[in-house]
Design a protein around this ligand. Structure first.
Ligand code: ADP
Ligand code: MG
Ligand code: ZN
Length: 610
């Protein structure tokens, strides 16, 4: 604000005179404050009060040709207001245009809406080969057959062989399912339709179904070819699941898919491949023979597998001489193929950033740090924890090997299962049981003991107070089996009565209706007692069987930690060697076994009591 010189403020009339006398250079009127700022020719500046709406000074200034400007004071805010208005207007127009555009594109899409969104990759355009997939040899071998069929269908049709129409790849994320599917298409050199199941499902009912129809129509026209539906659980979930009914649209889509799969004749040359990491939630109709009748497990790679995968991804990159892939495979337990690819890629990025010409140990180390930081499940490197899990799993594996009635061990591994922690011991179900659907009491009892094997091993090795909650799902299974034995199969003191209906297994994705109870409170109490008794007996028996074999367990754990995965045959061989040695060195063990047999007899006796 200009300085006011109050000492010689001219009066109003003085100001008029000064204007007429030509002493004033310029005037600036502030109507809101009823003041005028006077710039004299000699450089002085003054503010002089004037009347509101003063005409006199205007005329005087005009007559003397003194320039007069009006400073409204509101000027700034008025300008700002104008700007806001303009912006608002622009925004509105923008919105309008956006809306119009959108509706135009919807209209455009509506025409091709029912079209499948599948991307067709013509034959020969896929460069992925089986060589690029490593570490999952079993899955690869199974799929080799599919390739052979696509290449030389006559070989199969000549002998009347039917090829599976649907092959389902199941495994944890990043294990190479999508890659494997592309490799098949690449090897077979046929057109390859790929779509993610979530792309079937849109906002509008019926679109998914018509997309499925369209996809199969296109595929049949191009046969022989492969349709690959990725992440099929998005449409393939158990129907009727969830509270308040299922999703109609999804169900319609799934029904259409089922219909189409039934619809194409045998050997029509269209092979449907699908991938999921949640086979447990899939609708059972999808897994029926004639549809996805072949399931291929794609599992996390073991040490040798990881080395091979690192090899594949190291092929195209300059690896320093100091890098041992075997060593890096050892350092990355629990890594999926995608994690390994990521590791090497990170190392390459770091190498480029440091202006080195080859990936060295340092870059790999730093890359590992980065990669593991973003990993949800840390690889099992903490060896105390790893050891405990190894003992737990060996407990299961050893019991299933020792008990004649139990399933055969397929493999035991320390690699985490999808979504789970630690390792697992997997068995192959008895073929006879699978075929006949008949389950004996002895088999179920053996299963109880095997399920308790993990907890029992922890108790034997680490002591009763060091057991972990790692057995919680085992205990759930034991409880469920024991309960069914009591309430449904008549395998207990309660005698041959079915107290509960066949309610179907309760698990995620299935309907969640518990069967109704039709028994007295007293019976309920006995059921609970029986279940507890069975569980306890199973645990006791597991402990009794593991205790005398501590040496064997230690040896098995050592080889498991060393190799990460032991297959059933090598496991059995190791057990057999030990049992033979123990047998020849002393008769103690066989005495022990006799005690066990006696115990079983006693238990069976108790259970048979009516
Ligand atoms: P999934 O479909 O099982 O989730 P992807 O097939 O998409 O996994 O794997 C992602 C990437 O990880 C692949 O493109 C590949 O680079 C790498 N990868 C995964 N598994 C393997 C494997 N067994 N061999 C070689 N590379 C693999
Ligand atoms: Mg995938
Ligand atoms: Zn367990």
């Amino acid at each position: 604000m200009p300085k006011r010189d109050s000492s010689d403020t001219p009066s109003y009339s003085g100001l008029l005179k000064a204007i007429r006398d030509g002493q004033v250079e310029q005037l600036q009127l502030f109507p809101r404050e009823d003041e005028v700022q006077v710039h004299f020719k000699d450089g002085r500046q003054l503010r002089v009060p004037v009347f509101s709406n003063d005409q006199q000074i205007l005329r005087t200034a005009e007559a003397a040709k003194v320039p007069l400007s009006v400073n409204n004071g509101q000027g700034d805010s008025a300008a700002a207001g104008l700007l806001v208005n303009a912006l608002l207007g622009l925004l509105l127009i923008g919105l309008l245009v956006l809306l119009l555009r959108r509706s135009a594109s919807v209209a455009q899409r509506a025409l091709g809406f029912g079209r499948s969104q599948a991307r067709l990759q013509p034959e020969g355009s896929i460069s992925v080969r089986f060589d690029d997939v490593a570490g999952i040899d079993e899955a690869k071998a199974e799929l080799q057959e599919v390739v052979t069929f696509l290449k030389e269908p006559e070989r199969f049709t000549a002998v009347g062989a039917k090829i599976p129409r649907g092959v389902l790849l199941v495994g944890p994320p990043g294990t190479g399912k999508t890659l494997l599917a592309r490799a098949i298409a690449g090897e077979a050199g046929v057109p390859f339709f790929t779509i993610s199941a979530s792309e079937f499902v849109e906002l509008f009912v019926g679109v998914g179904a018509s997309r499925v129809r369209d996809l199969f129509r296109q595929a049949k026209a191009k046969a022989p070819c492969i349709i690959f539906i990725d992440e099929i659980d998005a449409v393939g979930r158990q129907r009727g699941a969830g509270i308040g009914g299922g999703n109609d649209e999804r169900e319609q889509t799934l029904n259409q898919l089922l219909t189409e799969m039934d619809g194409f004749e045998d050997n029509s040359g269209v092979i449907l491949l699908a991938a999921t990491n949640r086979a447990d939630v899939l609708d059972s109709a999808l897994l029926r023979p004639g549809r996805f009748d072949r399931q291929i497990l794609v599992e996390l790679p073991d040490r040798r597998g990881r080395e091979a995968i690192l090899g594949v991804h190291g092929r195209s990159r300059p690896l320093g001489d100091d890098i041992s892939l075997a060593l890096w495979a050892r350092r990355t337990p629990g890594f999926s193929g995608a994690d390994l690819a990521n590791l090497i890629n990170e190392a390459a990025i770091l190498t480029a950033r440091r202006n080195r010409s080859a990936i060295d140990e340092q870059a790999m180390n730093d890359a590992l740090e980065r990669v593991t930081m973003g990993l949800s499940a840390k690889p099992l490197q903490d060896s105390a924890k790893k050891r405990l899990i190894a003992y737990h799993e060996v407990g299961h594996a050893l019991l299933t090997t020792l008990l004649p009635a139990a399933d055969e061990l397929d493999k035991v591994t320390l690699l985490p299962r999808a979504g789970g922690v630690g390792g697992f011991a997997r068995t192959t179900p008895d073929e006879e049981i699978l075929d006949s659907g008949l389950i004996s009491k002895a088999y179920l009892q053996a299963r109880l003991v095997v399920a308790m094997g993990g907890r029992a091993a922890e108790m034997v090795v680490f002591g009763p107070s060091e057991v972990t909650q790692g057995a919680s799902s085992d205990l759930q299974m034991v409880t469920q089996i024991a309960r069914e034995m009591v309430t449904r199969y008549g395998f207990s003191v309660l005698g041959p009565v079915a107290l509960e209906q066949d309610g179907g297994e309760v698990f995620l994705g299935r309907d969640w209706t518990r069967s109704q109870q039709h028994y007295s409170a007293r019976t309920a109490k006995v059921i609970d007692q029986e279940v507890q008794q069975m569980a306890r007996a199973a645990l006791d028996r597991a402990v009794a069987m593991l205790q005398p074999r501590r040496e064997l367990i230690d040896a098995l754990v050592e080889s498991l930690i060393e190799q990460e995965t032991l297959d059933g045959d090598s496991f059995r061989a190791q057990v057999a060697r030990f049992e033979k040695r123990a047998d020849s060195s002393s008769k103690e063990l066989s005495a022990e076994l006799n005690v066990e047999a006696a115990q079983v007899a006693v238990q069976t006796g108790i259970l048979n009591r009516e």
